[in-house]
Design a protein around this ligand. Structure first.
Ligand SMILES: Cc1cc2nc3c(=O)[nH]c(=O)nc-3n(C[C@H](O)[C@H](O)[C@H](O)COP(=O)(O)OP(=O)(O)OC[C@H]3O[C@@H](n4cnc5c(N)ncnc54)[C@H](O)[C@@H]3O)c2cc1C
Length: 383
């Protein structure tokens, strides 16, 4: 990123990804949106296009681009298929978390993750706790060179199609967050049972529940130290939060473009809708909101590229991005009148898809807890 714009290589990358998405991702997105899974070859195509290994080690198939470039990839995929943009977003966060694992474990999984051959997922949420992650009940008990995991996880994105999951479990039940450790759990392990959840949006990615019934996990699959993995791995997820913001904004941007075209073509009372300020002002406001939120996201990625702290900014992106996107897509739907309120138009589906990401990876309230903690200090947290 140079100044407030993209550098020439970043612009070139954006054009390449846009053309790939228009040719290979967007055309069947509406059909896939009604299905319970997505074709695995699409993840592999994203891998081949270099969208899954941005800023990852070249020895594992990654490429030496910056985090701003990852944001561009995520935003562009989301323009064509919001659901699919979850793959580069999640992969990037998971790949970073792998830095906590040994070289052997990285070599075992990273090349396959970066090529799109396998998908990973992340499991913190349980039936009894979501925002209050420190209260989770899933147990991990060490027995020699492995751990035994027992518990139930829920709401796991891409859980049905992923090969492995990073599972957060208590190694010390007397502690809250300090008693939580992260483990890589291959989902074909004996004792893992999965069931799909009936979601209102993002159906091809879907969410699932995972029951862990005496699942044996080798010691080498512990991500970070016992009781420390939670903080370490969660730190890597700052990256996911920014990209979740950009996913929703990419989807909203294309919806606003649809609304502008429609407002220029559709006439009412003898004029195109775009001539009425009730419509054009809404478009101007939404464009302004989108642009402000996008700048926040790209600045946050730029901060990460500079090696600067960005926890507060990531939480701001995750709070603001989905909120702006829901409003912009809702407005776009209303500008389309009765046409927008139909399954024949992408807008209703985009609205259903994006709403979920107001909650995923921490609700707006949780993001505000983080922002205010970073601004005023931990001593002003109520817990
Ligand atoms: C589309 C989608 C994808 C998801 N993917 C994953 C995934 O891959 N892995 C995973 O582990 N989880 C996933 N989740 C779960 C998600 O992380 C949780 O929904 C989220 O953390 C909130 O937890 P909860 O739903 O249990 O709500 P709760 O924690 O029960 O909260 C309910 C409401 O109370 C509010 N609230 C809670 N505490 C406070 C407080 N202190 N102050 C003010 N308000 C508060 C919340 O903001 C929320 O509005 C996903 C969820 C969705 C919708």
């Amino acid at each position: 990123m140079a100044g407030f714009g993209f550098s020439e290589p970043q612009e070139m990358f954006r054009r390449q990804v846009r053309s790939f998405v228009q040719k290979e991702i967007a055309p069947n997105a509406r059909i896939r949106a009604k299905q319970d899974s997505f074709p695995p070859e699409l993840a592999r195509r994203m891998g081949e296009m270099g969208l899954l290994g941005i800023n990852q080690p070249e020895k594992y198939g990654g490429q030496p681009a910056d985090w701003v470039t990852l944001g561009i990839a995520v935003e562009e995929v989301a323009r064509g298929d919001f659901s699919l943009s979850i793959v580069p977003t999640l992969d990037a966060g998971i790949a970073l978390a792998f830095k906590l694992a040994s070289e052997d474990v990285q070599a075992e999984w990273l090349p396959r993750l970066i090529s799109g051959e396998v998908l990973g997922s992340v499991a913190t949420t349980e039936p009894g706790c979501g925002s209050d992650v420190g209260s989770l009940k899933t147990r991990a008990v060490r027995e020699g060179d492995h751990y035994i995991l027992n518990g139930e996880k829920t709401s796991i994105t891409v859980g049905m199609q992923s090969e492995f999951c990073i599972v957060f479990a208590k190694t010390d039940p007397t502690q809250k967050a300090r008693g939580v450790t992260a483990f890589l759990v291959p989902l074909n392990s004996p004792g893992v049972h999965r069931s799909r959840l009936p979601d209102m949006g993002c159906k091809p990615m879907g969410r699932c529940s995972i029951i862990l019934d005496n699942v044996k996990v080798p010691l080498k699959y512990r991500m970070g130290g016992e009781g420390k993995g939670f903080y370490l791995v969660m730190g890597q997820f700052d990256l996911i939060r920014v990209n979740l913001g950009l996913m929703t904004l990419g989807c909203a941007q294309v919806s606003l473009e649809d609304a502008m075209k429609y407002a220029q073509q559709r006439t009412a009372f003898g004029n195109p809708l775009a001539k009425y300020e009730g419509i054009s002002f809404k478009i101007a406001e939404d464009y302004t909101r989108l642009e402000a939120a996008r700048l926040l996201c790209y600045r946050t990625l730029w901060l990460k590229d500079q090696g600067q702290t960005h926890t507060k900014e990531s939480a701001m992106c995750k709070f603001l991005g989905p909120k702006v996107a829901v409003q912009v897509i809702h407005d776009a739907l209303l500008i389309h009148g009765h046409v927008g309120y139909s399954e024949e138009h992408a807008l209703e589906q985009r609205l259903r898809d994006v709403i979920g990401w107001e909650m995923a990876d921490g609700t707006a309230e949780v993001m505000k807890i983080i922002i205010s903690r970073e601004l005023m200090g931990r001593e002003f947290l109520p817990y």
